[in-house]
Design a protein around this ligand. Structure first.
Ligand code: PEP
Ligand code: MN
Length: 362
């Protein structure tokens, strides 16, 4: 992807959202269910002193019909009361220009685009159009499907509409095979997003990745190690009775306990200690050696192609390939390397060898 320079003038996150703690946390219920639920949850969150903004869904996109679809505009009054009482900036999901209009009228501070909306460029274009000339921060969840370009496209559409207070929110991806998590984190996708848009703050929503509160800690910790700029975490004063996403919401006091256990890396320090410089130099040297050896290997592969051509051998020699896989994986395992990593690496080398030889022979 080469469009790195398109997004170059993003407003830094701390210009529009004051961090109350390290890491920055936006929290609140999945859905605003009643005035009492919203106010009680906000009161408990306020006691923790950890929360920089209060989130809540008031229009809920549900997979199947006839579930609780949110209270809609009435709930905006409850949120306004939260802001007046506890001073939290408010964040609400919007999916249509009508939602945008209602939120702006109610003084909602941050709008976010849900994963089911991010998949649809028509909806995104309409929302971006509705926000033209409006100075409101927009947070963009990744689309449901693992498509980095689609996520980047959503960000670009809002940016092109003049929204500079932008952040991305990584909430994991829908995959056919169900696994440990409700949504696969596929960590390389938010990492690639960061490298394509270096100015863009990337937050993590561990609640929708984990799907269960018992898994929140490990997801948050991993996101921190990957330099997440903050978190959006669902909370409820009594998650067991929540009308949506009951299994993944935490109580504010459990949120505090969880945050206490985190190992939080220092932000923004490129190279904080001297030993790191020495280790980085060693890695630089080793990488040079690796590349040199790979280039020598591909040179031999090239010579083999000429021999194969002369002897009329097929490029793919499956028995030989199996032996290579087994012996090399064996050496690697002895050296303490991970099996899956070895297999992926050898596969890549093999594919490249096949590409080189096929090109020479044909
Ligand atoms: C939510 O934040 O409650 C929500 C619906 O999230 P997502 O769009 O990530 O599914
Ligand atoms: Mn939710």
């Amino acid at each position: 992807m080469e469009r790195t320079s398109d997004i170059f003038d993003i407003t830094p996150l701390d210009n529009w959202l004051q961090a109350k703690s390290e890491p920055l946390i936006i929290s609140g219920p999945c859905s605003a269910e009643s005035r009492e639920q919203v106010m009680t949850t906000a009161a408990r969150l306020h006691e923790t002193g950890l929360v920089s903004a209060f989130r809540s869904g008031i229009w809920k996109p549900r997979t199947r019909p006839n579930g609780f679809e949110g209270h809609g505009e009435i709930a905006l009054q409850w949120l306004t009361e939260v802001k007046e009482t506890y001073g939290f900036p408010l964040a609400v999901e919007v999916a249509t220009p009508k939602h945008v209009e209602a939120c702006l009228k109610a003084g909602i501070d941050i709008l976010w685009i849900g994963a089911r909306t991010s998949v649809n460029p028509f909806s995104i274009q309409e929302l971006a159009q509705a926000l033209r000339g409006v100075d409101v921060p927009v947070m963009i969840k990744n689309p449901l499907n693992p498509d980095l370009s689609l996520w980047m496209g959503v960000i670009e559409r809002f940016y092109m509409s003049g929204i500079k207070k932008l952040a991305a929110v990584h909430r994991g991806f829908n995959t056919y095979e169900k696994s440990h998590y409700r949504n696969e984190p596929l960590w390389d996708i938010p990492v690639k997003l960061k490298s394509n848009f270096p100015q863009l703050p990337v937050l993590c929503d561990p609640s929708h990745i984990a799907g269960k509160r018992s898994l929140l800690f490990e997801v948050i910790q991993q996101a921190l190690l990957l330099d997440a700029d903050g978190f959006m975490i669902e909370s409820h004063y009594d998650p067991g009775v929540a009308l949506t996403d009951a299994a993944q919401q935490v109580t504010p006091s459990d949120l505090s306990k969880l945050v206490e256990k985190l190992k939080i890396p220092v932000k923004g320090e490129e190279n904080p200690c001297k030993e790191m410089e020495i280790l980085r130099n060693r890695v630089d040297e080793l990488d040079k050696m690796l590349i040199h050896i790979l280039s020598q290997r591909m040179g031999v592969v090239d010579e083999m192609a000429h021999v194969k051509k002369e002897c009329r051998m097929a490029v793919l020699q499956i028995k030989r390939w199996k032996t290579i896989m087994e012996t090399r994986t064996g050496y690697g395992l002895e050296k303490g390397l991970n099996k899956e990593f070895l297999e992926n690496l050898l596969d890549l080398i093999h594919q490249e060898s096949i590409r080189i030889q096929s090109k020479i022979i044909t």
